[in-house]
Write a protein that binds this ligand. Structure first.
Ligand SMILES: Nc1ncnc2c1ncn2[C@@H]1O[C@H](COP(=O)(O)OP(=O)(O)O)[C@@H](O)[C@H]1O
Ligand SMILES: [Mg+2]
Length: 484
């Protein structure tokens, strides 16, 4: 048997009610019995008085004196007549207790009352046997100081006793009914009271088994209700915490995957020029000394690839220092228009090689907080791309202006453009849309990721639009005033 709160409540309540009702029953039983004895006692007092009067009157009416002789003569008639007057049976005994009248035979031979009367006392005795109550009263009959005999009176009180008994039975029945009723009521009440506790217990067990999506309904406003509310709050917080942890775990996984991809790319990119260098060095070592033309060609390849390797390492270093904290940046007051103009001028020569001209249209005084060199690097990279991937004989247009609290810088070219599916990847490190072609042009795929990271460090954003075979537009936005 489990000692549940419900079971304990019902047990304690029932025990209290049981003890209370039992005490009440015992008290009522005692009171009823005492009442019966008091009634008998009072009755006996009356009977004694009435008997004295009736016996005296009996002789008075017959004009006789009470004496041993007259008593002996009249004993049977006297017993019958007086007995009917006092509603009982009457008998006479000699002073030493011997039955005189014939009626004495129906009475118990030796009883305490008779003995007491022989000792000159008035006494009565109540005998209760087999649900039959008989009271006998005895007293000496005396005249002029001498005892003539003993008068004995007997009356049955069984009806009174039985009435008491019936009353007791009724009360007992009532008590039993009350007890059953209260126990059932207590069980129902305890069940209702403990229902929220049981619900809470079930929910906690579910939580313990790992189900965090339990529904708790605080149905009451008492302490248990408060407990349910606290439990609910606790569960909500745990769920929120787990959400945070899961989000962070996903981020960490994403970063891990990204860094692994980055690392793989770096090794791959470094390996390609190294393999070429190694190949040419081997060929030069084997045959080169006999053939000066071949020797020179081999060396040129080695130098070209070494340069490519050098650029690559510089870019990788750049990318790895671009991401870390701002102290790497020398922030200053910069005029963006100035920086753009300078970068365009610098790239004019390279553009001219492919007969590509650079037009720029700049609003004056685009003052911002920034690292001049880094900002220029952004421009150089974007112009480099536009020249690399632009059509020969085309024009690159650069504009910078202030619009609604932002500096908007755009570089527009006419060239091969980028396919829409490639567009979303161009800012990823080492991304090149077509490896074979780009390799020829000395591309590593790091330029735009470096650019993006510099723009982010200046609190700006970068985006690219492009149409295949038509050209591309890169738009960079910086906030007008940068709050530190
Ligand atoms: N202006 C542009 N026109 C067409 N394609 C471009 C342009 N700018 C960038 N791209 C594409 O985006 C890729 C990534 O550019 P970037 O990161 O600068 O690397 P890289 O210049 O070394 O190729 C390039 O390989 C190219 O395919
Ligand atoms: Mg580039």
């Amino acid at each position: 048997m489990k000692w549940t709160i419900q079971f304990k409540l019902v047990s304690i309540f029932s025990a209290i009610v049981f003890v209370g009702l039992s005490t009440l029953l015992i008290i009522s039983y005692n009171v009823a019995e005492q009442n019966m004895h008091r009634l008998i006692h009072d009755n006996m007092l009356d009977v004694k008085k009435n008997l004295d009067i009736a016996i005296n009157q009996y002789f008075l009416v017959r004009n006789k004196r009470i004496s041993e002789a007259s008593l002996d003569a009249e004993k049977n008639r006297l017993a019958r007549e007086v007995g009917s007057v006092v509603d009982g049976s009457l008998a006479f005994y000699s002073p030493d207790g011997k039955p005189l009248s014939s009626t004495a035979r129906a009475m118990p031979a030796d009883a305490l009352d008779l003995n007491a009367a022989m000792n000159n006392q008035i006494a009565y005795n109540t005998s209760i046997k087999n649900k039959r109550v008989v009271v006998t009263l005895s007293f000496p009959l005396e005249t002029g100081g001498s005892i003539l005999g003993i008068v004995r009176y007997q009356k049955e009180y069984t009806h009174l006793y039985l009435r008491n008994l019936r009353f007791q039975e009724t009360i007992k029945g009532f008590a039993a009914a009350i007890f059953v009723f209260i126990t059932i009521a207590a069980a129902i009440m305890a069940r209702a009271l403990t229902q929220p506790i049981r619900q809470l217990t079930r929910r906690s067990a579910e939580v313990a088994q790992g189900n965090l999506n339990v529904v708790i309904d605080p149905s009451t406003r008492d302490e248990i209700g408060e407990l349910a509310v606290s439990f609910k709050v606790m569960m909500d917080r745990i769920r929120a915490q787990i959400d945070v942890i899961e989000r962070e775990r996903d981020e960490v996984r994403y970063v891990q995957v990204r860094s692994k991809a980055f690392f793989d790319n770096v090794t791959h990119e470094l390996k390609t020029p190294l393999t070429t260098i190694l190949g040419y060095a081997q060929i030069v070592k084997d045959n080169g000394f006999n053939d000066p033309a071949f020797f020179n060609k081999g060396l040129e390849h080695i130098i070209k690839e070494s340069n490519r390797l050098n650029r690559l390492v510089v870019d990788i270093l750049e990318l790895s220092t671009a991401a870390p904290p701002e102290y790497e940046y020398r922030m200053d007051i910069v005029d963006l228009a100035d920086v753009v103009r300078e970068a365009c001028e610098d790239m004019l020569v390279k553009g001219a090689k492919y007969n590509i001209s650079i037009n720029y249209e700049l609003q004056d005084m685009l003052i911002m907080q920034g690292d001049r060199d880094k900002l220029k690097e952004v421009l150089l990279n974007l112009l480099d791309n536009s020249i690399k991937y632009g059509h020969v004989d085309s024009v690159i247009t650069v504009t910078a202006c202030r619009v609604a609290g932002e500096y908007i810088l755009s570089v527009v070219d006419r060239g091969e453009g980028i396919a829409p599916e490639a567009l979303e990847h161009v800012f990823e490190p080492f991304y090149r849309s077509d490896d074979a072609v780009r390799n020829e042009k000395g591309s590593s795929g790091l330029g735009l990721s470096i650019v993006q990271s510099i723009v982010k460090q200046h609190g700006g954003t970068i985006s690219m639009n492009s149409r295949l075979k038509e050209g591309s537009t890169v738009t960079v936005r910086f906030p007008e005033v940068r709050h530190e």
